[in-house]
Each structure stands twice: as C-alpha cells, then as structure tokens.
Write a new protein. Structure first.
Length: 355
C-alpha cells in the first residue's frame, strides 16, 4: 500500500455516524437506549482522537453478535448490593449499555455514602474508558475505572515482563477529576499499544512502532498480522505496565470466579470507584484548585517549540452524552471500506455518505 493510500481519509458528520451506529445496534437486537449508549461510546472515542476505539468497532461488534459471542439484546442486572458496593452482571450484552447502569449506580451510591465501588462482570467490549469517568467528573465525582483480564485465552494478548506467553488483555485504566478549565480525564492502557490500534495498523498496511510488541520467540516485531497471530504486546513502561495489569486483575477478581467455560485461574471483570468530592471539600473549591494546578502545568515551557504542554484528555473533543455530539469524525480509507463491506454483507443499514 502506498503512503498516499495510507494517508487518505474520509470525513463524516458525527451526528450522522451516531444515528447510523444506533440503527445498526437496533437491527442487531439492542433496545434504543442501549444501542445509543454503544453508538455514543464509539463516536465519542473518534471525537476524542482515539479512532482505534471509534466507529470502526461496529464491524467487530456486528461479527461478535453474528457468532453469538455478543448478545446485543441482553440487559445488565444487579446481582449483589449493599451500602457501598455493587456487583452487576453484563450478561454478554453491549458493554456501553452495562456501563450506563454501572455509572448510574456508582453515582447514586456515592451521593448517599460518599464513596461507592461497582464490579461489572460478563460484559462486551466497553470502548474507551475515559467516557465513563468523564460522566462521573461531570457529576462532581472523582472516578477510578479499570478493566482486568488475566489468563483468559480469548482475551490474552499481552505478555508479562520477561515472558513471551500471552497472559493479560491490555487491562486499561481511567481516572476522572472535576476541574475548572476542563475536567482532567486520564485514559491509558497498561500495554504499550492497544490491541485495536494494532489491528487498525494491520488493516492500513502500516507497521507497528518499534519496541511495543514481540514475536513468539520474544524478539521485537513490527508486523501487525504476525503479532496478532502468534506474538504478543508488551507492557507499557516495562514493570510499570506489568504492575498496572496485575493491579487491574486484583480488583476484577473481587467479583468472584472466572466465566464458567474459562480456566479456573482466569480473571475477568471491570472495577469502578466513585468518590463524591463534596464529602471532602466544596466542589467549586476543588475544581478551582485542580484547575489552577492543571493550568500551571500547561503554562510550562514545552520541550519542542510549537508543541504546548497538555494535560491528559485535552487533545480531542470531550463528549459525554448524545446531545453533545457535533462536528465531524475522520475515518481512514481502510476503516471506511471495511464498514461499507460489513454493512453490505450483513445487510445492515448503509454507512452515511462521507466526503
């Protein structure tokens, strides 16, 4: 593939993409609210500058639904709850729909008690975790969210430090803090690169950056297809990412055992902590304080002239709800063609016109 073809892209109105993805998930069996939740998660990722977790994943979700791996019609349910903690079963449904219940429950419980933890199990792909902690920060909450998978064969893609076997998923973390001048939203993978980013590079015919993946012999590898087939991704920052991956598993394991069909030692689940800022300080005071700190960071001298210092989450457009969606999203040619092909072959609503 030529460099010109790799760089070619299409732009689509974000509202059109949101409406289209909602229709697709409705056709796949989801109720309207759940379908819109899933569509918002993907469009919000594109607007935030994370296309690896954007509308391109409609193809993945559609194929998972077709195979029975994902059940779009399923609704999450609370299976255990007390004053400060809740366990929710996702029932293999769309992850964004399950997270709506998770975030709502955490917010309500934290309002009553100052803090709340929610564990979510047996759910579909969640998308970009930053969306959910941003929803909490908008409600005056500090949010801590992690998704931990370990020794689950169908999810494992990351090797531990010093190993070549796939042990973890990318086990991401997200943190949200209310702040003047823009909430601070930290969203990061414990792996050096996300699985979906590698898959997107493979579709575009672009090599993986060096030192983030290895082949099955533990040698550096930049070929996306080879890494996804038999290699592994590396933890971010070596021991740092390895520790974060293990920590995500430690929190996920609080929910109990692995899925019924999985090995006994495997771990799978998502952990959310919500803290009501008003139980510690007046919210306006906290937002001013953290906003001033963030502004001081941004005012620092950049290492490269013309490249200002940024705070996490400030590169793209932060979207928390469907009514905030506006502007356009950019799709690579390979993503655009894949979506068109999926819609045609699976008889799904046609992707909106792009330019």
């Amino acid at each position: 593939m030529t460099a010109e073809a790799v760089e070619r892209s299409f732009r689509t109105p974000a509202t059109a993409a949101l409406e289209w993805a909602t229709r697709v998930f409705r056709v796949l069996g989801a109720d309207h609210t759940t379908a819109q939740d899933a569509a918002l998660a993907l469009v919000a990722a594109d607007l935030a500058g994370h296309p690896s977790h954007g509308v391109r994943l409609v193809t993945t979700y559609a194929h998972q639904a077709d195979s029975g791996e994902l059940l779009p019609e399923a609704r999450p349910a609370i299976v255990r709850q007390d004053a400060h903690s809740t366990v929710i079963a996702g029932r293999r449904g769309l992850g964004a729909g399950a997270m709506r219940l998770t975030v709502r429950n955490a917010t309500e419980q934290a309002r009553r008690h100052g803090a709340a933890t929610v564990l979510l199990t047996d759910h579909g792909h969640l998308g970009r975790l930053g969306l959910y902690v941003a929803q909490l920060s908008a409600a005056g909450m500090v949010g801590v969210l992690s998704s931990g998978y370990g020794l689950l064969p169908e999810e494992a893609v990351v090797a531990p430090v010093g190993g070549v076997d796939r042990v973890f998923d990318t086990n991401p973390w997200a943190f949200g803090f209310p702040a003047e001048g823009g909430d601070i939203i930290i969203d990061m993978s414990s792996a050096a690169i996300s699985y979906n980013a590698v898959r997107a590079l493979g579709l575009a015919g672009v090599p993986i950056p060096g030192h983030v993946a290895q082949d099955r012999h533990g040698q550096p590898c930049t070929d996306p297809d080879s890494v996804l087939a038999t290699g592994s991704l590396l933890p971010a920052g070596g021991a740092v990412g390895y520790g974060l991956a293990l920590a995500a598993c430690g929190l996920a394991a609080l929910a109990g055992g692995p899925p019924a069909s999985a090995p006994l030692e495997s771990i799978a689940g998502t952990f959310l902590l919500a803290l009501d800022v008003t139980r510690y300080r007046p919210l306006a005071q906290y937002r001013r304080h953290l906003g001033a700190a963030a502004a001081a960071v941004r005012a620092g001298t950049p290492a490269k002239p013309g490249s200002p210092v940024r705070t996490p989450g400030s590169r793209g457009v932060l979207v928390r709800s469907p009514r905030e969606v506006s502007g356009t999203i950019e799709l690579s040619e390979s993503t655009f063609r894949e979506l068109e092909d999926t819609c045609h072959r699976m008889r799904l609503p046609a992707f909106p016109e792009s330019r």
